[in-house]
Design a protein around this ligand. Structure first.
Ligand code: AMP
Ligand code: ZN
Length: 486
């Protein structure tokens, strides 16, 4: 690979030079949504961040197999193996089949990802489609002596595992520390230790989603599916495992324990975690009641929103923060992103109108390297965006005749804007999304030009003001009129 990419690895708590196990192939697993309700904007932030990472890895020459699962069984209301299955609970409430719930929210998730222009993963496996693999994994862990069976359920023995392995390796905490900070077993006396977690759970008669197993009728624990599916599609060891930082202390810690117990290997070389989208300093979360849905944001139809914002404005807002920093949602921040995104896209649109000169007063290769440097530094999208604003300034200055650019540099500038804005940040020109619109505006501009030629300035002004009122600004130069969205 031509680029030296550095990524922050949660496992070692350092930035490390990225080295694929089997270059040019890269295996990347990202924990997907539990499809019992609409994904909220916080969930979207995590998937959009990994979409940008997927796009960049692909651009620099890796052949990425990107696996993102759909959790359609096994995720209980509490991560401590308590409560009902989230999907089954919703199905009962709505008197639907659990698979109707799964279908509805999977389709919704795909639609939302499409609106955000996120590429589909290479494989999107479901937990219910991999029950056999999960049962095999439980058997292997039992064979290795790291699990025990109690009355039809199977639990992972964390204290036993920790005698030879490091259970807290991912969050850098030792077992005593973890034990002291975990509440008592209250109601879960089948478990031998406070940190033990369920691999297989015996189903009560009224439980809706259940399967036969060597231990009786039951269903898999939530952490198990990701170990089983990453192992199946990416092998015992692969390159990148990702998810939101909230999954790190329990879900990912348990995933590592399961894989090490069965295969003696930490499954992923690099663990990447996105930080949370917050509202007033608090994680956006369904259970905290401070979440809102992408469609509410697009329409502005929510009490905390002063107006709606387009999907690309929201994606731009997310890309303006580094994926490992928290990002606070506010109307003011959205307003600023909307302006910034328009500025960037206006410059992008102007590119086609630039004319090359004999000489160049700008060297785009230097700017291009700075864009790569930003992404090679742990996918630093905010620094990349700052460089793209530098590129926009150059575009505007060339357009206004303030500086000159030659053919070679103009060509590089066009490629740079296309590559980083469209291909890697995954932003789209929403104005261009409607193919007919530019033609209609150009037609109106021609009518106005005719009016001007006929000295009908009243009509010409009427058209200019009218277009401005609906969000299009006209700019007259000596030989033509151009337009941009306000
Ligand atoms: P869940 O469906 O709750 O398992 O969450 C799906 C994904 O969204 C996981 O990777 C979570 O870590 C992530 N996530 C949940 N809440 C937020 C948030 N407020 N900001 C960013 N990511 C989140
Ligand atoms: Zn997972």
């Amino acid at each position: 690979m031509e680029q030296d990419l550095f990524v922050y690895n949660t496992l070692t708590r350092k930035k490390e030079k990225f080295k694929a196990l089997n270059a040019p192939h890269v295996g990347m697993y990202v924990c997907g949504p539990t499809v019992y309700s609409d994904v909220h904007l916080g969930n979207c932030r995590t998937y959009i961040s990994f979409d940008m990472i997927f796009r960049y890895l692909t651009h620099i020459g890796y052949k990425v197999r990107y696996v993102r699962n759909i959790t359609d069984a096994g995720h209980l209301e509490s991560d401590a193996d308590e409560g009902e299955d989230k999907i089954a609970k919703k199905a009962k409430l709505l008197q639907l089949e659990p698979m109707e719930i799964v279908q509805q929210y999977t389709v919704d998730f795909h639609n939302v990802m499409h609106q955000f222009n996120a590429l589909p993963p290479s494989i999107e496996p479901t937990a219910t489609g991999h029950i056999i693999e999960q049962i095999e994994l439980v058997k292997a862990i039992l064979d290795k002596g790291y699990a025990y069976v109690v009355d039809g359920s199977v639990y992972f023995d964390v204290e036993k595992y920790n005698q030879t392995q490091d259970y807290g390796i991912l969050n850098g905490r030792n077992l005593d520390d973890l034990l002291n900070n975990t509440r008592d077993l209250g109601g879960q006396e089948e478990k031998r230790g406070k940190l033990d977690f369920a691999l297989w759970i015996k189903a009560k008669p009224e439980h809706l989603m259940k399967w036969p197993s060597p231990w009786g009728i039951g269903f898999p624990g939530w952490h198990l599916e990701c170990s089983a599916m990453s192992n199946k599609y990416l092998g015992e060891q692969f390159d990148i495992h990702g998810g939101g930082i909230d999954l790190m202390p329990t879900h990912h810690t348990n995933e590592i324990a399961q894989n090490v117990a069965c295969c003696s290997k930490n499954p992923a070389s690099y663990w990447l975690h996105t930080n949370m989208l917050n509202v007033n300093g608090q994680k956006m979360s369904k259970s905290l009641g401070n979440s809102f849905l992408p469609r509410e944001l697009f329409s502005g139809n929510h009490p905390v929103l002063s107006k709606g914002y387009s999907p690309m404005t929201v994606r731009f807002f997310m890309m303006q923060a580094h994926y490992r920093s928290t990002l606070d949602f506010s109307n003011d921040a959205m307003e600023a992103s909307e302006k910034g995104f328009k500025r960037l896209m206006n410059a992008f649109t102007l590119l086609d109108e630039l004319k090359a000169s004999e000489q160049s007063e700008v060297q785009i290769a230097i700017l291009q390297q700075r864009c790569y440097d930003a992404l090679n530094d742990d996918f630093n999208s905010p620094v990349l965006i700052a460089e793209l604003f530098e590129a926009s300034k150059i575009i505007n200055s060339v357009h206004d005749g303030k500086i000159k650019i030659d053919t070679h540099n103009l060509d590089l500038l066009k490629k740079l804007m296309q590559l980083f804005i469209i291909d890697i940040l995954g932003l789209k020109n929403e104005q261009a999304g409607n193919d007919e619109l530019p033609k209609v505006i150009d037609f109106i501009i021609n009518l106005r030009s005719e009016a001007k030629v006929n000295r009908d300035y009243a009509t010409s002004d009427k058209i200019r003001i009218g277009l401005e009122e609906i969000g299009f600004q006209l700019k007259d130069s000596k030989d033509k009129t151009t337009w941009s969205k306000i």
